[in-house]
Design a protein around this ligand. Structure first.
Ligand code: UDP
Length: 329
């Protein structure tokens, strides 16, 4: 049975990959994005598809969608620490007001809703690796607090709609994910290092580089998210790759991969930058029968190919393309 699926943040990194996934499943996809951090280039290839529709809309405002909906995937949000600094209020609003609007829509349409939660709800974690039972260590008033607390509120209101209104809800705690369509200038570590290598700049490691992250390739992440959506599990679940690495080792890997002659330089560690992060994915393995399959070396090669091509495209000023015929306001 084909589904009608609303995907918010459709022009973003994960949102656009989710659009592809559901289109490939034979479903009808309604994408929605306010394009603050998203880029229409990520979904340009879908505009010709009769099973794809796009609305230029900010989900922090009332959301109306005509017709039935089977699934709602709420993936709209700035997702990079430099974005939270630039647009803190929008970050808070999309995670709180936006989620409220979409839960209301899910209730109205009798649709199942999956929300994009995050490893950031664990803050700078005191439990390692992070299990879903860990409550987290978040600085409410720090620069990242606008994202972390919006996402924590998002989980609370989602569970409230589940318990009080009986809405079918799914909560994915997404850990660092990478791959094609990340924004070259979004400040996150992979586009930052790859952009620097491509421009012939030194790689900027923040702090001494001993902080750790665990990176999941986007195809694995999308597979895990899809399995969660179609499961019957309503509680939060970690979806990420447990393969942990220090940022310094990671910079060295990128220098090798890109063949750049640049060196590593050190910059101050941003406030509240978590020192360690690694998902415990026991639940995802047991409940969803999911675990990541793509190695970092393979994923990083594919990602670098994307950034290499993008740089030459960007020189051609691809943002001059006019997509206005395809957008509903
Ligand atoms: N980082 C870095 N250099 C950069 C960008 C990021 O060393 O140019 C570090 C950052 O301090 C953090 C890690 O890389 O420890 C991952 O940062 P990112 O912004 O990708 O995501 P986060 O996991 O912190 O949300």
């Amino acid at each position: 049975m084909n589904k009608r699926v609303l995907i918010t943040g459709a022009a973003g990194f994960l949102g656009s990959h989710l659009c592809d996934k559901f289109i490939n499943e034979g479903d009808f996809v309604i994408g929605m994005d306010n394009l603050i951090t998203g880029d229409l280039k990520n979904i340009e290839h879908l505009f010709k598809n009769p099973d794809f529709d796009f609305y230029h809309h900010d989900v922090s405002k009332f959301v109306h969608v005509a017709g039935d909906l089977d699934y709602i995937l709420h993936f709209a949000s700035p997702a990079s620490p430099i974005d939270y600094l630039k647009i803190p209020i929008q970050t808070l609003k999309v995670g709180s007001l936006g989620t409220h609007n979409l839960l209301g829509l899910a209730k109205e349409k009798n649709a199942r809703i999956m929300i994009a939660s995050t490893s950031e709800i664990y803050g700078d974690p005191l439990v390692h690796p992070q299990t879903e039972e860990y409550y987290g260590n978040v600085n409410t008033i720090g620069p990242r607090g606008v994202y972390d607390e919006a996402k924590r509120f998002q989980e609370s209101i989602t569970m409230a709609y589940h318990r009080f209104h009986g809405v079918e809800t799914r909560i994915a705690r997404i850990f660092n994910t990478y791959g094609p369509r990340m924004r070259l200038n979004d400040g996150r570590v992979i586009p930052a290092f790859m952009g620097q290598a491509l421009r012939g700049e030194d790689l900027t490691v923040f702090g001494d580089g001993s902080q750790t992250r665990s990176f999941c390739y986007v195809d694995d992440e999308i597979d895990g998210l899809f399995k969660l959506l179609i499961s019957d599990y309503a509680y939060p679940i970690n979806i990420g790759n447990p393969n942990e690495i220090t940022i310094l080792q990671f910079a060295e890997e990128i220098i090798k991969l890109t063949g750049t002659n640049q060196k590593i330089i050190y910059k101050p560690l941003p406030t509240d930058d978590p020192l360690q992060r690694q998902p415990d994915i026991t639940k995802a393995k047991e409940i969803l029968n999911w675990e990541p399959k793509i190695s970092r070396s393979k994923g990083m090669k594919r990602t670098f190919e994307y950034f290499k091509n993008l740089t030459s495209e960007e020189l051609l000023k691809s943002e001059h393309k006019d997509f206005s015929n395809h957008i509903r306001k």
